[in-house]
Design a protein around this ligand. Structure first.
Ligand code: PMP
Length: 395
């Protein structure tokens, strides 16, 4: 007997072809992926427990270690976005009641605060005015005063375009006996991280920025010191899928590949792993130092063009500016949202009129990964010049 389907309807919208348009993505969010990374999505898929998959996973781990300049064994990839990485590392390092000191330079730390509170942490917020970073002495004073078990900082605050250097941070965390967690989402693959040299304990990022890949994966790396803290936990992390102990089995860090059927945790997207592998391979092919240089050169050129247009940088001190995501004040009286819309409509270029901070008053441009080059920067700035004029004269 056929089951009667109640309220059945066939969505007519799904009979039309998928509508997409190619764009230059320069909003500071996802970038256009490297061709190698994008093309790999067409490669034949394979089972995640095949020998070929084990090899690709290991290559991805090596590529991530190279980007971070770390030898950490506990280096692997969560399925999800950078926010999954943020949630996962916080969940592994926080036990209810733990004190976490969060340095806030813009939007992203407020997300970390939100997550840490849900995990039952005692959250202490350290703030600085938007457009500036923390000095080492400010950080040390806060560590001395609050004695947290975790220090959380953002290496590149993409909402304000501020760069927080990592030199000295790890040393301070050793001195005050706490674990450092650093968000490197907006810096990795764009500028050096030097995780081991800087004695950083935990980092996370995503696959779609400096890695030049597709949205959907969140690489993480934990130092031996961080893993010792995980082992001393009295309670389990709250989230199963990002539990580093479980993931370390599935990524053959604590189990051998021969035991793979016992280590299975959840389905891995082999296609996304191909694309991450190819993004990382593209960086190795060019040479990581050349990649950093290319990003720095694009940043310098972008600033040069912005200066010609009379745009004032949001971050006053040039040394505090993030390389890949640059924020400028929109000219007085101009609505940056209108400029954003005009650029998209007329030029197929996505920039941003701000992210939570000073929205409508700033112009935020992200040129990283595949788009970190003078050709892309020229396209963006030529279009911006026209947009600034057109939104004024209503042309
Ligand atoms: N941290 C920073 C500094 C970011 O810029 C972003 C996203 N752009 C995230 C975290 C979150 O990453 P995702 O959007 O991949 O979840």
């Amino acid at each position: 007997k056929k089951t009667e389907i109640i309220n059945y309807f066939e969505p007519q919208c799904l009979k039309a072809p998928l509508q997409t348009e190619s764009r230059l993505l320069a909003s500071g969010g996802a970038t256009n992926p490297y061709n190698r990374s994008f093309d790999s999505l067409r490669f034949p898929t394979m089972g995640m427990l095949e020998d070929g998959a084990v090899k690709i996973m290991s290559e991805v781990q090596d590529g991530i270690r190279h980007l971070l300049q770390t030898e950490n064994d506990y280096t692997l990839v969560y399925h999800g976005t950078g926010t999954t990485g943020m949630t996962g590392v916080l969940d592994n390092m926080i036990e209810p009641g733990d004190k976490i000191l969060v340095g806030e330079m813009g939007y992203w730390a407020t997300v970390a605060v939100n997550i840490a509170k849900r995990l039952g942490a005692n959250v202490i917020q350290m703030e600085t005015s938007h457009g500036s970073r923390f000095s080492l002495s400010e950080i040390e004073a806060a560590l001395q005063k609050h004695r947290p078990t975790i220090l959380y900082l953002i290496n590149g605050e993409s909402s304000t375009g501020v760069y927080q250097p990592l030199e000295g941070i790890g040393e301070l965390c050793y001195k005050y006996d706490c674990i450092s967690i650093i968000d490197v989402v907006a810096t990795v693959g764009q500028q050096p991280i030097k995780m081991d040299e800087n004695k950083i304990d935990v980092v996370y990022f995503n696959s779609q920025k400096g890695c030049g890949g597709i949205v959907g994966l969140a690489p993480v790396s934990f130092s031996p010191r961080a893993i010792r803290k995980v082992r001393r936990r009295q309670t389990l992390p709250k989230i199963y899928q990002t539990d580093i102990t479980e993931q370390a089995d599935a990524w053959y860090i604590t189990m051998s590949a021969e035991q793979r059927n016992e280590a299975f945790l959840h389905s891995f997207s082999m296609s996304l792993l191909y694309s991450l592998r190819e993004g990382l391979a593209r960086i190795v092919e060019e040479g990581i130092e050349n990649v950093w240089y290319r990003h720095a050169d694009t940043h310098r050129y972008l600033q040069f063009r912005a200066e010609k247009l009379g745009l004032e940088p949001y971050v006053r001190n040039p040394e505090d500016r993030l390389i890949g995501t640059t924020v400028f004040w929109a000219p007085k009286g101009k609505d940056a949202v209108k400029i954003e819309h005009y650029m998209l409509e007329k030029f197929n270029i996505a920039i941003s009129a701000g992210l939570f901070v000073d929205v409508g008053k700033v112009i935020r441009i992200g040129l990283f990964g595949n788009n970190a080059n003078r050709v892309a920067a020229t396209k963006v700035m030529d279009a911006l010049e026209i947009a600034l004029h057109a939104t004024e004269t209503n042309v």
